[in-house]
Design a protein around this ligand. Structure first.
Ligand SMILES: [Zn+2]
Length: 200
């Protein structure tokens, strides 16, 4: 006797298709001379140090790497496309503001930010005391929870331009998901249903 195996038809067509994408971002900036008096801004936090980074904006290398990772995952160009350093309106720009605008681009394309991780490569200064504040400020700019943002810091054992203390680099990786909904809505008490689109 042959046993009958009950099979429930798989109604995949009735399930919303979930799409995930990852994005990678990298950025590097050289240190300015101490006499330039530039502040060192990383992840939106001013880190006490004798030298800041050179750049058209505030040269926040970590925030730039995260913005590029977001745009890469959304297939929406890169940070230079959206915020060209030839545009005088971005001179001394607060990079957290640029990150918030990047989030609007990503969210407006129907993507939800699932997770962000990053690493700052710097021989000096010591950054561990500032990581949690960076995570909080980045999370606020992206309208996500702080535990959705990872920030690490490492040295290169004095190898390379970071090791020679000529500058700082940063790398970031992000995960986006569709159906998207605004990350701001996700944190409200009555989140929107998936697939409603972004309300940014
Ligand atoms: Zn940059």
């Amino acid at each position: 006797m042959t046993a009958k195996i009950s099979q429930t038809p798989f109604s995949a067509s009735r399930l919303p298709e979930t799409i995930q994408r990852i994005g990678l971002g990298f950025d590097a900036h050289a240190f300015a001379a101490p006499e330039a008096g530039r502040p060192l801004i990383l992840g939106g936090v001013e880190v006490p140090y004798e030298r800041g980074l050179l750049g058209h904006s505030d040269a926040d290398v970590l925030t730039h790497a995260i913005a590029d990772a977001l745009l890469g995952a959304a297939r929406a160009g890169d940070i230079g496309t959206h915020f060209p350093d030839t545009d005088p309106s971005y001179a001394q720009a607060n990079s957290l503001d640029l990150l918030a605008r990047t989030k609007e681009v990503v969210c407006g394309s129907g993507w939800r930010i699932v997770d962000v991780d990053s690493v700052i490569v710097a021989q000096a200064p010591r950054l561990a005391p500032y990581r949690d504040e960076m995570r909080a400020r980045l999370a606020q700019a992206l309208d996500v929870k702080t535990d959705q943002i990872g920030v690490k810091a490492t040295t290169t054992e004095r190898l390379g331009f970071e090791g020679r203390e000529e500058g700082i680099s940063a790398q970031a990786i992000v995960l986006l998901q569709q159906p998207g909904r605004c990350n701001r809505a996700e944190q409200s008490e009555q989140p929107k249903q998936s697939g409603e689109g972004c309300a940014c």
